[in-house]
Each structure stands twice: as C-alpha cells, then as structure tokens.
Design a protein around this ligand. Structure first.
Ligand SMILES: NC(=O)c1ccc[n+]([C@@H]2O[C@H](COP(=O)([O-])OP(=O)(O)OC[C@H]3O[C@@H](n4cnc5c(N)ncnc54)[C@H](O)[C@@H]3O)[C@@H](O)[C@H]2O)c1
Length: 253
C-alpha cells in the first residue's frame, strides 16, 4: 500500500521472494491508481539508474480507494493528471480527467482510466506492441528529467513531452497546426507549461542528441517515438534518425 515508488519496489520484492508470492496492491496516489499499480511492471532503481532492475508481475488484485487522494499534495495530483491526459490522447473516448471545479478526478473517472490502462497492458504485458503507445510524451519528457536532474516533476516533464510530440508531429507533417494547437491548449488548460523556461533552452538543446539516444526507446541508434497523426490519435513511429528530430526541435520546445 502506497504510491508508485512503494508499489514498484514492493511488487519487485514479492515477484522474486521464493520465486513469487501473492501480490495485492493498494495505490494511494492518483498516479498509482491509474498507472503504476496496474500492468505488472515492477522496478527498483540501482546505481542511480531509474528502473534498472525489474520484472513483469501483475498483482492479483488492485484495490482503488479514492479517499486516499484527499490528503495527496496538489503537485502529486498533477503528476497523476499528466498521465491521465496522456491516456486521454491515446484513447479519446475516455471522459475528460477533471470535471470543471473539481481538483481531484471523480472516483468513476479514476476507475475508467484504470480500466483503460489495464486494457492496453492486458494484450501486451511485456511491452512489445501497443503498450509502447503509453510512452507518449515520455521520450522527450525523460530527456528533460535527466537534464534537470529530476528537479522538474514527472507530470510537468511528461506534459511538456506531449506538447513537444505534438509540435514535432506538426513539423513532420503528420498533423496540421490546428490539431497541434488543440493538443497544446488542452495541456495548458490543466496548468501545465508547454514551453521550456528561456534560461535552460539553449543548454538543454545542445545536450538533447546524447540524452535522446540514451533513452531506452532506441534501436540501432534510430528512434522510436510516439507521435500524433491525422485526427490527433497517436502512433508508434519507428526508424527516425536523431538528426531529423534534433534539427526540428529548436522550433518545438
Ligand atoms: N510500474 C509502473 O508501470 C509505473 C508507472 C508509472 C510510474 N511508476 C513509478 O511510480 C513512481 C512515482 O509514483 P507516485 O507518483 O505515486 O509517487 P510516490 O510514490 O513517489 O509518492 C509521492 C509522495 O506522495 C506521498 N503520498 C503517497 N500517498 C499519499 C496520500 N494518500 N496522501 C499524502 N501523501 C501521499 C508519498 O509519501 C510521497 O512523498 C516512480 O518511481 C515511477 O517510476 C511506475
């Protein structure tokens, strides 16, 4: 029982102790309820590398208790909201995460998002196919998290990463300007910054080629990115050269 940090580590321990014991998770953060406790990925950080050690070990039950969210700090709620928005871009039929005037999502909406994450993972436990769509915003977001040494919150990094993916998709001609603006405006409605602070932009851009290749979603130095297409839905784009992306990034961040 706990946030994603606790459930990732506990699930990893349970998956290896005596080659696996019974596992029931009770997430206490919004991100845990709609993401971390679902889908069977377990993780430990090791030698300063995030999630270096892990297994796939789905919990036999995940119990959602929305009352836990009443004590969750606002910044932590925002981390969960960023992941909900990501899911909503992947599955546009989901209800919007927040009803106007609410500061935390309603229990039935949390349940819808939890089911949505499960439905994606249940067909692709080991992350070889469509589950990789859940990386939307993460390739770019991770570069910003690494660059800022995790001073930026995960939610802020992912929201910025989604906005960057939208602008990159526009530059590559996959979507038009209106669609890109609509995606960015949605993120801004939830009070996420979609542009980098002016102070870090040039330094950050200089380190992007190295950071982006370090990211695990590379294949023979070619990038696989989740980008937007036509009507604003998302797709896995494979075989992009880092140069293609770094050339257009200055206009996208
Ligand atoms: N396994 C997966 O598929 C998966 C997916 C996404 C994220 N993660 C992992 O999840 C972790 C982040 O999890 P998180 O966002 O839940 O944050 P967290 O577990 O780090 O918790 C954030 C803070 O909230 C506090 N907290 C937890 N529940 C609370 C409550 N009900 N009221 C008040 N405070 C509370 C915690 O003590 C902590 O200080 C990362 O390590 C990330 O890698 C895993």
């Amino acid at each position: 029982m706990g946030g994603g940090t606790v459930t990732d580590a506990a699930a990893y321990s349970v998956s290896t102790f005596k080659r696996g014991c019974r596992l029931i998770l009770i997430p206490t953060t919004l991100l845990g309820m709609i993401d971390a406790a679902l889908g069977g990925k377990t993780a430990l950080n090791y030698k300063s590398v995030k999630n270096l050690i892990g297994t796939f070990y789905p919990a036999e039950q995940v119990i959602l208790v929305p009352e836990f969210l009443q004590t969750l700090p606002e910044d932590e709620v925002k981390n969960g909201l960023a992941e909900m928005l990501k899911l909503n871009f992947i599955m546009p039929d989901l209800p919007v995460p927040l009803i106007l005037g609410n500061i935390i999502p309603a229990p039935e909406i949390i349940m819808d998002y939890a089911q949505a994450k499960l439905s994606i993972c249940s067909n692709d436990l080991t992350d070889k196919g469509n589950r990789r769509l859940l990386n939307l915003g993460h390739s770019f977001g991770h570069t910003l998290e690494s660059y800022t040494n995790f001073r930026i919150s995960h939610g802020d990094a992912i929201a910025w990463g989604i906005a960057t993916a939208a602008r990159v998709s526009e530059k590559l001609g996959y979507i038009n300007k209106d669609t890109a603006n609509k995606i960015v405006n949605t993120l801004e409605t939830y009070k996420f910054n979609t542009y980098l602070e002016a102070g870090i932009k040039s330094d950050f851009l200089a380190s992007i080629p190295e950071l982006i290749l370090q990211d695990k979603k590379t294949d023979n130095d070619l990038l696989t990115l989740v980008l937007f297409k036509e009507t604003g839905t998302v797709t896995l784009c494979k075989g992009l050269t880092p140069e293609t992306i770094t050339d257009i990034l200055p206009d996208c961040v």
